[in-house]
Write a protein that binds this ligand. Structure first.
Ligand code: FE2
Length: 180
């Protein structure tokens, strides 16, 4: 009998642990069930890290660009900075709305961003445009996978990701056009 109850207790403890990890114990309840909130929260968190890094890379490029088309590229980069910052805020606040605490700390961004490394020091206008095209392509690829992932978990979050993808894809075209 003692043998019988021992595994039962262990099983119950494991189950409790699992539900504590996925269950919303924070102050914001949000509209989603535990499983949907967990998946959607991860998707939003990963997107937040990419967008914060996109804003940082665009600002780094804005300061370090040199060359014949300096002014155009310098100004266009600040448009991207503003857009990426705004999207990051939208995504973080969506995460809060579903009850998941967003993490936009520098160390977390450095670990989790999917944007390719942007070299330090001066960069020519052409080098900068190529780097921004690559960065946007990567962010868009990752974003499109996350749009699929949210299809069954949260259409409201998916709608936000689609709007961001649409705008970034337009931006990707406009940066690519300068390399033609
Ligand atoms: Fe500036």
């Amino acid at each position: 009998m003692a043998q019988k109850s021992a595994p039962k207790t262990t099983k119950k403890t494991a189950a409790t642990k699992k539900s504590a990890a996925s269950k919303n114990t924070g102050p914001i309840t949000g509209p989603l069930g535990d499983a949907d909130r967990e998946i959607t929260g991860e998707v939003l968190q990963d997107t937040l890290l990419d967008l914060i890094d996109l804003h940082l890379v665009a600002k780094q490029a804005h300061w370090n660009v040199v060359g014949r088309f300096f002014r155009d590229v310098h100004l266009q980069l600040d448009e991207l900075v503003t857009a990426a910052r705004g999207y990051a805020d939208d995504v973080a606040e969506r995460s809060v709305a579903i009850g998941v605490s967003p993490d936009g700390r520098a160390a977390t961004v450095a670990k989790g961003s999917g944007i390719p490394d942007f070299p330090a020091d001066w960069r020519t206008d052409k080098q900068v445009i190529e780097s921004i095209v690559d960065a946007l392509a990567e962010v868009i690829t990752r974003l499109r996978k996350r749009i699929d992932e949210t299809d069954k978990t949260d259409l409201v979050s998916q709608d936000l990701l689609i709007a961001i993808a649409s705008d970034l894809e337009k931006s990707h075209w406009m940066w690519q056009a300068q390399l033609a």
